[in-house]
Design a protein. Structure first.
Length: 473
């Protein structure tokens, strides 16, 4: 990170520091979600069954991706703190070793996912009219999972450094390319055959591959505060082992969230294809709505991590509080807007199916007014990760889905007159309850006691103390 940016993070006005980082991150996340939105736009022209195929595929591919996401979280957290501690050697070491881990994990998970995809779809009870398209979409997605993993890691490294604009520019270029490629691969053009739903996944695979190549070239050229050389990728098994155990709680957390999507989709699928398509259409909008909160959460994580690395924990706490207030207010305003415009938002993706438009509108309106609480929770869990409290976020995730939402969704949908709407109501109730729990946990202040760096910058001591402390939680 440039000195002026680091000074801004450690000493500048908090609100200015937040928005200086948040705006590029928000735009990059918005552009990243455009992959799914572009697919949804074009696939929606194929009909409700095609939309349902993508909807049931996403939770499973997301589950596999989430298994490796914890390593990206660890890499970003350590890089942020080492940047704050001004330890460039460890920044380079962590970046290279975490990239190596991510590539290996992605190859393993992608292969497993490709092989067991039919079994997973059968377990979800996917109907025959949707099964074939869902399988082809999933398998192409699993082939390209190495590019997804690697580019996510590149983004995490650059954001940990405070370099938030470079990923945004790369994503902008590849998203535009994806929008052009999608109709060619979905509907066919010239020598390109008609691929249908699988074509959307193929276009994304190609553009993500380009993004990965560009990202790796930037890291190897070393023009943005981090310079990786080929010898940096020589496996450091001691670090890999310890980073694995440090990242394990985050991987479990992300995986339980992804598995939760699978379980939720399974429950929704019991109400038929229309219910799944309505949920898929509403989820497309939800992915866009959550972007401001995710951008603020990432920003808070970066700033909190850097300030903890610089041993400025009171400023880290103020950043967390300010980010929480901004996120709650912003997402509440957005939620009100979504409530009143829901049918127009859904019809953008599904222009000709009135039943899906009505179903998606109902889902959005039930969930919309709880967006502020969702934003609040995301900020606080991001702060916990940035401080190294991975186990805390895992506990909150398990509480959110497996203790509150799933039992509630099942009871309300099967043992009350609400039916499908009972599942929808489980979303806002969970958002409110988990936000309250997260705030109370944050106010205890235990998260301030964890640091993944030490002033003496002795590598072995840093990692030994990190693992010991994490294991005691």
């Amino acid at each position: 990170m440039e000195n002026k940016n680091l000074r801004m993070a450690l000493e500048g006005p908090i609100i200015k520091s937040i928005f200086t980082l948040a705006i590029p991150i928000l735009l990059a996340n918005l552009l990243q979600s455009a992959y799914q939105l572009t697919d949804a736009f074009w696939v929606g022209r194929l009909g409700g069954s095609a939309v349902a195929a993508v909807s049931v595929s996403f939770p499973i591919t997301f589950l596999m991706i989430s298994l490796g996401t914890g390593f990206a979280v660890v890499g970003s957290t350590l890089i942020s703190q080492y940047v704050g501690a001004k330890n460039q050697k460890m920044v380079n070491h962590v970046a290279a070793q975490t990239l190596l881990m991510v590539v290996v994990v992605s190859l393993v998970l992608g292969s497993i996912g490709y092989i067991i995809a039919p079994l997973l779809l059968n377990l979800m009870g996917v109907v025959p009219t949707v099964f074939s398209d869902a399988l082809s979409f999933m398998r192409v997605s699993f082939i390209g999972i190495i590019f997804v993993f690697t580019f996510v890691m590149f983004q995490s490294i650059m954001r940990g450094m405070g370099q938030v604009k470079i990923p945004m520019y790369i994503v902008l270029g590849t998203v535009c390319f994806n929008f052009v490629l999608d109709p060619f691969f979905i509907f066919g053009f010239g020598m390109i055959p008609v691929m249908g739903v699988a074509g959307a996944a193929m276009a994304t695979l190609l553009t993500q591959g380009i993004a990965t190549i560009v990202g790796l070239s930037i890291l190897l050229r070393g023009n943005y505060g981090i310079h990786l050389k080929l010898h940096d990728f020589k496996p450091d098994y001691k670090y890999i082992k310890k980073a694995f155990f440090l990242g394990l709680p985050s991987s479990i957390e992300m995986s339980t969230r992804a598995l939760g999507l699978v379980v939720m989709t399974f429950l929704i699928a019991s109400f038929g294809t229309l219910a799944v398509a309505s949920y898929g259409a509403g989820s497309n909008i939800l992915q866009v709505i959550i972007i401001p909160a995710m951008g603020l959460s990432m920003t808070a994580s970066i700033l909190v991590g850097q300030n903890i690395g610089a041993k400025n924990k009171e400023r880290a706490s103020e950043i967390a509080k300010t980010s929480s207030i901004i996120s709650f207010l912003l997402l509440t305003i957005i939620g009100i807007g979504v409530y009143f415009t829901a049918p127009y938002l859904i019809s953008f993706f599904i222009p000709s199916d009135i039943a899906i438009i009505n179903g998606g509108t109902t889902f959005l309106r039930i969930v919309a007014l709880s967006f502020g609480f969702m934003g609040l929770q995301l900020i606080i869990t991001g702060v916990f990760r940035a401080s190294g409290n991975m186990m805390t976020t895992l506990v909150i995730s398990l509480l959110s889905q497996w203790v509150i939402q799933f039992p509630l969704a099942y009871i309300l949908s099967t043992h009350t007159s609400l039916g499908l709407e009972g599942i929808w109501y489980s979303f806002p109730i969970t958002n409110v309850v988990v936000a309250i729990v997260s705030v109370l946990w944050f106010m205890k202040g235990d998260w301030k006691k964890t640091s993944l760096t030490q002033a003496d910058k002795t590598t072995e001591k840093i990692f030994e103390e990190t693992i010991i402390e994490e294991g005691m939680r």
